[in-house]
Design a protein around this ligand. Structure first.
Ligand SMILES: Nc1ncnc2c1ncn2[C@@H]1O[C@H](COP(=O)(O)OP(=O)(O)OP(=O)(O)O)[C@@H](O)[C@H]1O
Length: 455
């Protein structure tokens, strides 16, 4: 077993094959993750800084050495077990995957290998199997981190790892609902209700990752998969890194359109995941990415400098609290940027994911984007203040409204409503170019303009 073995000869920084020719630069722009995965094997260490010149990434993806993090008993993630594959995973390693699983159709294509369906020969249960060809990828960190995070319903569970002469096989829970990106294409713009629910799921899993000392570093719709019942699962921990309290990561890692500005400028923390999630929230609500450009330079310049304007245009139909949340997720002031916990406590999230209020939004007659009418909100506020919504979120009773009230003051009224409905503490605590048979598209591969229409 050589999960920890580093592959040779694929360092784009060192290799002349990877000089920043224009096309390479553009490709790099859309595939930072690929670059990072290839380079992360080279040098690791908290103190190593990446450099970025003229749009070409010359950085090294770095992470704190495992031993440093583990030796801190007071650090986050006391139940760390990275490096300690569990019994189920170990068992598989000795055998060939074919002994236990029947490999089936290709269901996905990454840059380093394909993902196929597989079926357990004994139980008949279906899984996804990521096949990583040796010599093109290192898998030790991905396996360790998936193993470390295993058990959370929002993380794709790693079931077993096999190795043969040519490849690694990572057997994972099958997410048969596909990618969030595909859902975005099929369904178009998300209602605020749907976006808030997605964001809540994402924040719950990111909160868990961050508490476990893991930064995903590549949050984007391609890496959010859906279970057969529609539950979101965070996948692809190939770029994830470990971090301890107070430590910084260095290295230009991620996908350009989603990358946080501090990644491009120096040390960064788990807050980069919140930025990426903010980009995603922006995209699903208004249909385009906030930071775009025709080249790596322009995208990165936009990420670093463009001021977002949430007034007018497409934002007219988006509630003020939604805009407020996006602004707090996409602030370049990292200390002011919300944590996952703070996003979860944001009124917009609580409003739309509160079972009591949720029924209210869906009981309305024409609610294509789940807006509330002013009358509904007024009544809601009265009713809610009577029943003291803060005391309990277990009340599933519904409020219904006559169908004629469909006035259009919902944006401001929603803001007012949310500011008046106090958010409860109880709620809180309950809380490149693949040659593949499967057509895969990536959100950052799509021009911003076409992303608009694709939605
Ligand atoms: N557990 C799973 N269940 C179903 N489909 C999956 C699963 N894991 C991955 N896939 C599919 O395979 C694709 C590639 O997987 P993944 O992103 O893990 O590969 P990768 O090589 O790490 O990709 P990247 O190109 O982003 O680096 C996903 O976009 C998805 O369509």
């Amino acid at each position: 077993m050589h999960l920890g073995r580093k592959r040779k000869g694929l360092d784009p920084v060192a290799s002349s094959r990877h000089k920043p020719t224009p096309s390479r630069v553009l490709w790099s722009h859309f595939s930072l993750g690929d670059h990072s995965r290839r380079t992360k094997k080279c040098k690791e260490g908290v103190g190593q800084r990446a450099s970025y010149h003229n749009g070409f990434v010359t950085g090294i993806a770095t992470a704190p050495p495992f031993v440093n993090v583990c030796s801190d008993p007071h650090g986050r993630g006391l139940k760390r077990k990275i490096g300690c594959l569990d019994a189920a995973t170990r068992m598989g390693r000795k055998k060939k995957i074919e002994q236990d699983f029947e490999l089936g159709e290709t269901i996905g294509q990454g840059k380093f290998g394909s993902v196929v369906k597989c079926r357990n020969k004994t139980s008949g249960e279906e899984f996804a199997c990521k096949i990583l060809t040796k010599g093109e990828e290192i898998v030790h960190r991905e396996v360790e981190i998936m193993q470390h995070l295993s058990g959370h319903p929002g993380v794709v569970t790693l079931k077993a790892v096999y190795e043969d002469d040519r490849s690694f096989h990572l057997v994972m829970e099958l997410c048969s609902g596909g990618r969030l990106l595909d859902q975005m294409r099929n369904d178009g713009l998300f209602s605020e209700q749907k976006a808030a629910n997605l964001m809540k799921g994402l924040m719950l899993v990111l909160k868990y990752c961050h508490e476990m000392g893991v930064v995903h570093r590549d949050v984007k719709p391609e890496n959010i998969l859906l279970s057969s019942s529609g539950l979101m699962k965070l996948a692809d921990f190939g770029l994830a890194a470990r971090i301890a309290n107070g430590q910084s990561l260095y290295g230009v890692v991620g996908s350009p359109a989603y990358v946080a500005p501090e990644v491009l400028m120096g040390g960064y923390s788990e807050k980069v995941d919140i930025w990426s999630a903010g980009v995603l929230l922006h995209a699903i609500l208004v249909g385009f990415l906030p930071f775009g450009g025709e080249s790596v330079n322009t995208v990165f310049e936009a990420v670093k400098n463009v001021s977002l304007d949430f007034q007018g245009g497409v934002w007219e139909s988006i509630s003020q609290p939604a805009r407020d949340l996006i602004a707090h997720m996409l602030t370049r002031n990292v200390s002011k940027r919300y944590t996952a916990e703070e996003v979860l406590r944001h009124p917009w999230i609580l409003f739309y994911t509160n079972p009591t209020l949720e029924s209210l939004t869906f009981s309305s007659r024409v609610q294509t984007r789940s807006f509330l009418t002013s009358r509904q909100l007024t009544e809601m506020l009265e009713v809610e203040s009577e029943r003291n919504v803060n005391a309990s979120f277990n009340d599933n009773s519904t409020l219904t409204f006559p169908p004629e009230e469909e006035d259009c003051y919902m944006v401001d009224v929603l803001a007012l409503a949310i500011s008046r409905v106090r958010i409860s503490e109880p709620k809180r605590s309950r809380i490149c170019s693949p040659t593949n048979p499967v057509q895969q598209e990536h959100s950052s591969n799509i021009k911003i303009t076409s992303l608009c229409t694709a939605f």
